[in-house]
Write a protein that binds this ligand. Sequence first.
Ligand code: X90
Length: 280
Amino acid sequence: MNGKKIKIVADSSSDVTALDGVAFEYAPLKIITSEKEYVDNESLDIEEMVGDLENYKGRSSTSCPNADDWLNAFGDAERIFCVTITSNLSGCYNSAMSAKRIYEETYPDRRVFVLDSLSTGPEMALAIDKLAELIEAGESFDAICDRIVEYNKKTGLLFMLKSMKNLANNGRVSPLVAKMAGLLGICVVGKASDEGTLEPLNKCRGEQKAIHTILSHMKEMGLSKGKVKIAHCFSEDAGKALKELIQKEFAKVKVEIYRCRGLCSFYAEKGGLLVGFEKA
Ligand code: X90
């Protein structure tokens, strides 16, 4: 790819807004109520949005970028690696594939690869970091496509949720599952399934129990070294507690904590944690 303009592009559910060393652009999703439309970009005041939504009783939903939005994010890059939220819960992947077809037809010497992460948030962020690493190492376009597909199979996403109201209202989990999370003091721990759906695993009484449960799932799935990314929705303390637990047992694991941006905040809701990790 020597001399070619290379770019990584993702939808805003990855919570990544910029990268060092490699060109990056994101296509924002939108959070919509009858009163307001929130665009998930850097101008979004997430605290204000979460506060508004807490008091708002009407219907709320989200919408994914369309092909034009993706084309804007592609810009004029010649080699594009695009990462999307799971195609099983969102239209992002489909619209990115439409954009890829249009882009490659319009510019026959340019290429776009779209990775369906089958996940979201911090697991997408891990894939984005890996892409940047492979690009900086000077790997070829085709080699990077193969490597990122393999890498994505070796990463996982676990989560802890205190409310699943917005997920249920938008048909992303069954109302029955959402009911468990609605109970006072109950945290639902779950994972992104291999098919890219939301799979509840445990009902935990209290945050401490939930964090320990997340750690034991990570161990079962082969955590030992490598990277962990924790995205929290106003639950930094829980995130830090999990970070400490991990580092006490696995000194070699690098753990990063940050706040969810708009889309993940809407669905994870206050008190939610998303944990992306490398399995083995
Ligand atoms: O296209 C759209 O409108 C976006 C729909 C996204 C729906 C799901 C977002 C989930 C965000 C919640 C916990 C993690 C679940 C992971 C499942 C793969 C975060």
